[in-house]
Design a protein around this ligand. Structure first.
Ligand SMILES: *[C@@H]1O[C@H](CO)[C@@H](O)[C@H](O)[C@H]1NC(C)=O
Ligand SMILES: *[C@@H]1O[C@H](CO)[C@@H](O)[C@H](O)[C@H]1NC(C)=O
Ligand SMILES: *[C@@H]1O[C@H](CO)[C@@H](O)[C@H](O)[C@H]1NC(C)=O
Ligand SMILES: *[C@@H]1O[C@H](CO)[C@@H](O)[C@H](O)[C@H]1NC(C)=O
Length: 339
C-alpha cells in the first residue's frame, strides 16, 4: 500500500496558507464565539468525559471489539444524511459492526436507535446553540473540542480508531484495504484535499472527514495539542492538525495520507471520472438536509419513500455509475456542493 507524504515544496505554501486562514478567521471572530465555547468547555472536557458512566460503558464496549472502531458524530439535523449513509454501507459485510455513533441530542439518539437498533451509540448531549447565526459556529467549535478530547482519551487507553463522517459515499468497502496496518513509522493516516497532480498545492492538506489514529504516546500528545489549541483559537481542527503535521513532522509525529485513489472529495466527479475512489466525501458538514437533496439529484439518494428504509438497487446503481464513470454532474452541482 503506497502512502504518500507531502512534497517538500508544498510545505511553505501550506504554512503560508495556514497563516492566512488564521488571520482571516481571526478577523471574523467572534470574541463572542470563543466566549460561548468557553461557557461549554466543562461539558466537553476530558475530566467530565472520564468521570461519566457513558464513557466507562464505551470503554467496556471497545474492549470487546477486535477491530478498530469508526466514530461518527450525529445530531438531529443530520439524521436523514445518516440514514442514507447507513443504507449505502449496509451493502458491505460487518462494516456496521465497527461503527459507533456519538449522538449529541436525544432526538438523534432515539431516532437512530429505532431505525438502526444494532448500531452502537455513545450518547453525549451537547447544547444545540443554533439560534443566532454565529452561535452555530460555537457549536461546531465545541464539537471539534469534544472530538479531540474523546480522541485523546481513547488513544491514551490504547484504542486505535477511525474518525469518520457520514457525508461520504462508500463506492466499496473501505475497511477491505486494511489501512489500519500502518507501517511502523506512521502515527496517523489522513484523507487529503487536492489530487495526485504534483502541482496541486492542496495535496498534503488534511481534509479531515475520515482519518485513522494509531494509539501511542505520540498521537496522544498530538491530539492533546490540537485540543488545547482549539480551546483558545477559533480554527477548525483540520487546520490545527495540518499545521501540526507540518511543523512537528518527522520528530514528534508522522502523518501519512490516504492515496486519492482510495479516498477523494466530491471534486472527483468533475474529473474525467477514471479511477473511482473507494470512498468519496461530499463535504456537507453544515445544512445536511439541503445537501442531501442535492445529492439526490445526482443519484446518491438511497432511501425509500418512508425516508428510512433502504433502496438497495439505488445503491447498486450509484456504485455502477461510479465504476463506469457515468455520474452526471453539471456546474450547478459544483456550486451547491461547494458549501
Ligand atoms: C518518522 O518518519 C521519518 C521519515 O520517514 C523516519 O525517519 C522516522 O524514523 C519516523 N519516526 C518514527 C518515530 O517512527
Ligand atoms: C493535555 O494538555 C493539558 C494542558 O497542557 C494537560 O494538562 C493534560 O495533562 C494533557 N493531557 C494528556 C492526556 O496528555
Ligand atoms: C432531510 O431533512 C431535512 C429536514 O431535516 C429536509 O428539509 C430535507 O428535505 C430532507 N431531505 C430529504 C432528501 O429527505
Ligand atoms: C429505488 O431506486 C431505483 C434506482 O434508482 C429507482 O428506480 C426506484 O424508483 C427507487 N425506488 C423507490 C421506492 O424510491
Amino acid at each position: 500500500m503506497g502512502l504518500s507524504r507531502p512534497q517538500w515544496w508544498s510545505i511553505p505554501s501550506c504554512l503560508l496558507g495556514m497563516l492566512a486562514v488564521l488571520v482571516v478567521r481571526k478577523a471574523y471572530i467572534a470574541e463572542d464565539v470563543m466566549y460561548q465555547v468557553r461557557a461549554y468547555r466543562d461539558q466537553v472536557s476530558q475530566e467530565t468525559i472520564v468521570a461519566s458512566a457513558a464513557f466507562k460503558q464505551l470503554v467496556v464496549e471497545l474492549r470487546k471489539r477486535n477491530k478498530p472502531p469508526a466514530l461518527f458524530f450525529l445530531n438531529q439535523h443530520a439524521l436523514n444524511m445518516t440514514y442514507n449513509f447507513l443504507c449505502n454501507t449496509a451493502e458491505y459485510e460487518n462494516v456496521h459492526d465497527r461503527f459507533i455513533f456519538i449522538t449529541l441530542d436525544s432526538t438523534a439518539r432515539d431516532s437512530l436507535r429505532k431505525a438502526w437498533p444494532n448500531i452502537a451509540q455513545f450518547y453525549w448531549p451537547t447544547p444545540c446553540l443554533t439560534k443566532p447565526f454565529n452561535f452555530a459556529d460555537a457549536l461546531y467549535q465545541t464539537i471539534y473540542i469534544l472530538r479531540a478530547n474523546l480522541a485523546v482519551l481513547l488513544a491514551e487507553r490504547g484504542f486505535s480508531f477511525w474518525m469518520m463522517q457520514q457525508d461520504t459515499f462508500w463506492h466499496n468497502d473501505l475497511f477491505a484495504h486494511n489501512l489500519e496496518q500502518l507501517d511502523d513509522s506512521s502515527d496517523m493516516l489522513f484523507d487529503q484535499l487536492g489530487d495526485e497532480n504534483q502541482n496541486n498545492l492542496r495535496t498534503g492538506w488534511i481534509n479531515g472527514a475520515n482519518f485513522f489514529v494509531k494509539a501511542s504516546q505520540r498521537t496522544v500528545d498530538f491530539i492533546n495539542a490540537t485540543a488545547n489549541l482549539l480551546q483558545s483559537q477559533y480554527v477548525p481542527d483540520v487546520g490545527v492538525m495540518t499545521m501540526l503535521c507540518h511543523t512537528w513532522g518527522g520528530e514528534r509525529i508522522n502523518c501519512s495520507y490516504i492515496p486519492h485513489r482510495i479516498a477523494n472529495c466530491w471534486e472527483w466527479m468533475f474529473t474525467d471520472q477514471s479511477w473511482p475512489p473507494t470512498i468519496m466525501q461530499m463535504d456537507a458538514e453544515t445544512d445536511a438536509g439541503g445537501k442531501l437533496n442535492e445529492l439526490a439529484k445526482i443519484g446518491f439518494y438511497f432511501l425509500n419513500d418512508d425516508r428510512k428504509t433502504c433502496n438497495s438497487s439505488a445503491v447498486s446503481l450509484a456504485r455502477h455509475r461510479m465504476s463506469t464513470g457515468q455520474v452526471k454532474v453539471n456546474s450547478k452541482t459544483c456550486r451547491s456542493l461547494e458549501r
